[in-house]
Design a protein around this ligand. Structure first.
Ligand SMILES: [Mn+2]
Length: 324
């Protein structure tokens, strides 16, 4: 999961960690046993042990249903806090929910993109015990003629802050990915910087590539304030209740272009408080801009699958990152 080409980029592991191998339903019992042993060896409180077992069991069942060609799941524990990261590459997207679309847009009928596409990567992050934002799900798929996705996502967290990023390299293919990867690397390295500074830094890093569009959301985990911006057509949207609560207007520009005296990038950062139960979404233009949440709430991983299947467009890299 530390492969720089991977969409999963994370901080370091502190105390103990456990890697779970999940290939088929035959592994589910072992996943449970290994998770239990890990939870006990880390001396986690009973309620945290239960939550950890429930989470790894849920993830293992999902991963088996995705029929992914590659999967990884890592559990880390430090100071009575647990982080779980998982990734399933080149699988088929499935959703538990029978109610596919009850939202403001009409249900999309077959063929269902996710069920026919085996190039999708799904990844998730969970933090225990529960916090203002304790889960993130990523769904990503390259352009149909490409092997590598020109979009990249970043999920990185410190004690105070969770940073979510989607970068979309212009065009598609390896050169697009290079541009996106540089933006992501800068925003990971500069986690300590505020959104505006970090975006300027990314702007420098992306110079000499073909450029990228970008969405960034920094969530302050103590004050429950989200600060965000967009450069170009990546969307950052806060959903709460029935509709869009907040969406930073951002800047119509290309990251990495227009450097020098004449082309200083105008970064406009906006902020909003994060209400209880809010969902933060970032997505590239490979998903339709009118993306809306369905009325009926479901598990975050199922919601991500539903949104991706409902709104992904056929002829571009597509990346959706959602957090709740
Ligand atoms: Mn795109």
């Amino acid at each position: 999961m530390t492969d720089p080409a991977s969409p999963v980029l994370t901080g370091s592991v502190a105390d103990g960690s456990l890697s779970l191998a999940i290939q088929s339903s035959a592994d589910l019992a072992r996943v449970y046993q290994e998770s239990l042993h890990f939870a006990q060896s880390q001396g986690l409180p009973a309620n945290l042990q239960q939550d950890l077992l429930a989470a790894t069991s849920d993830i293992a069942r999902r991963v088996v249903r995705y029929s992914a060609q590659q999967m990884a799941c890592t559990v880390s524990a430090a100071a009575n806090a647990v982080r779980i990261e998982w990734q399933a590459q080149r699988g088929k997207l499935v959703s538990d929910s029978s109610a596919m679309y009850l939202g403001p847009l009409p249900a999309r009928t077959q063929p269902n993109l996710g069920e026919t596409d085996s190039t999708i990567t799904v990844a998730g992050w969970r933090w225990l015990p529960r916090e203002p934002i304790s889960r993130v799900t990523l769904v990503s798929r390259p352009h149909p003629r490409e092997k590598e996705c020109g979009d990249m996502a970043l999920v990185v967290r410190s004690a105070q802050k969770l940073r979510l990023v989607v970068a979309d390299g212009l065009g598609h293919g390896p050169a697009a990915r290079e541009a996106a990867m540089r933006a992501i690397a800068a925003l990971r390295k500069d986690l300590h910087m505020d959104v505006s500074e970090a975006v300027y830094s990314a702007h420098q890093h992306v110079a000499l590539t073909r450029g990228a569009t970008l969405g960034v959301a920094d969530i302050d985990l103590q004050s429950r304030i989200v600060r965000g911006t967009t450069i170009g057509n990546v969307r950052v949207v806060l959903f709460h209740g029935a509709g869009r609560t907040w969406c930073p207007c951002g800047t119509d520009a290309v990251l990495g272009h227009g450097r020098g005296n004449q082309g200083r990038l105008d970064v406009r950062v906006e902020q909003h408080t994060l209400p209880e139960g809010a969902v933060v979404c970032l997505f590239s233009d490979g998903l339709a801009s009118q993306l809306r949440l369905p009325w009926q709430r479901s598990d975050l991983d199922d919601l991500a699958a539903q949104l991706f299947m409902g709104f992904a467009l056929p002829n571009d890299d597509a990346t959706l990152l959602i957090a709740s």
